[in-house]
Design a protein around this ligand. Sequence first.
Ligand code: NAP
Length: 577
Amino acid sequence: MNTSTDEDHQPQGHIDRYDVIIVGAGFAGMYMLHRLREAGFSVRCFEAGSGPGGTWYWNRYPGARCDIHSLAYSYSFSKDLEQEWEWTELYAAQPEIERYANHVADRFDLRRSITFDTRIESCVYNEADHAWTVTTDKGGTGRARYLIMATGGYSVPAKPQLPGLETFKGEAYYTNQWPLHEVDFSGKRVGIIGTGSSGVQTATAVAAEPIKHLYIFQRTANFLVPGWNRPADPDYTREFKAGYNAFREEARWTGNGTLFPKVKSLGQLTTGPIAHLEGDALKARLEELWVTGGLYFFGGVSDLMTSEVANERVSDFFRQKIRERVRDPKLADLLTPRGFFIGERRIIAENGYLEIFNRPDVSLVDVKADPIEAITPDGVKTRDRTYPLDILILATGFDSGTGAMLKVDVRGKNGQQFRDKWADGPVTYLGLMANGFPNMFMLAQPGSPSIRSQVLVSIEQHVEFVSDMLLHARNTGIVEIEAGREAEEAWTAHASDVAAKSLFARSETQYVGANIPGKPRVYLAYLGGVGLYRKTCDAVRDNGYEGFRLRTANGTVSGSETWSAAGDTPRVWGTAV
Ligand code: NAP
């Protein structure tokens, strides 16, 4: 039992005071900062990186790019920003997205409120003054009534269990902690472990370098879909920008927040079920979707995640495409995903990945058949042979969803440790708050659509909901906001019920914590869809912040302890982004 008191953890010495402290200057933290500052709150944001952008700051590996059209994968809160920013490609690469993050920071004068190169190590709630005290790795201390954790769903690398990793004599890099300096691949033997989105993008880019040889260590073959990336088309950009408002609004009410743009220059996407189609009609429909490319393909098949027949048909179509693109039938076979539904694991948008296997200087190593036993000073040792390497790249994923929240030493009421609270998996109300941790909000965390949605759509909704709530608190003399225990239980049960109805729930992946030994198995995102989630939050707000306990300085309590689902059928959707 924890017998320490809040006061034991209160740091001594100089304390900077704010209304709100935000942890993280990624896309969530930056918008939160802007919105609250505009509303007149004093705000300080702490960011571990040297620049803004969060995941788009850290994941600067070769080939990193988004897999939603950039015109959509961007902020919608400023109409001027929307119109003035020009994306140069259909799917922008990391350097351009990072430039965009920097542009946003400058345009809205955010930098003066962000402390870069500073990591928050602990956050302690003081019940007496309803405020959080944070301490940084630089020894600084700040205090604020509200603490907003904008720490991201993909910010803590998963450290794979690879004995001997530290002994490797060459250069070793995690894709999600890629260094700021240039990496020279010329004449090098390069190994990449991992064939998720990061591994596939890295492999395609590294293969384009003047390497000596590239070895790709694959454990599980994933379903791939071509992105057909290309330079931005001025007609498409013009049309898209003319219809921005309607597009954004429609996307907010979808399942995963993505929408195939209804723009003449792009053509139309036929949508609907396919389970009833046969022969040429089925083939024509699938070919049409293939040409559309990217994850939009899946928006076109409405029964993908609800009909096993439909799912199997799409899967077979994709498997056939691999055989058409990879010349060596044995290699094509190894690259063919089997044993799971398409969409269950993260579908990967690629641009020329499969073609690299037609080259003599690129090898696929099947580490399911010949497992990696150790990393040696010289390279990778599998059971059957050794692969000498100059550069080893770990594209081995993240401690998804919960990793960043659990990295910080967070203590709520009665000194309760947040790590204890989530010891059996994340429990939240709306993914935004946890009972016992008043005045602390979490953005794009488990229990919200977060990592299974177009995350900017989720982020903007969260930021607007939270800032409205803080304004309401300020206007009505509320000093403490806490998720009700029963509301938290009801929401967590609801999120789990919805996940159980989806084919997603069958997956043994990062989405349920399966990639981290010992991590509790909980579906790490709300699968009811961003539309239903938004509707729920709107109703919560309109019902006087149902499920939240709102306390004024003189002890008056409003809001409510409980929450009950409105009875809408959640849209258990199919695509992930
Ligand atoms: P990931 O999807 O979790 O993939 C990790 C890869 O590493 C898997 O292939 C995994 O194999 C492999 N791996 C892990 N440990 C291993 C070991 N000990 N030996 C051999 N292989 C091992 O991670 P990610 O590719 O970084 O992607 C994570 C998330 O980031 C994605 O879901 C996506 O949402 C996001 N992302 C998005 C983009 C984009 O285009 N917008 C780009 C990159 C990432 P198994 O599958 O067999 O476990």
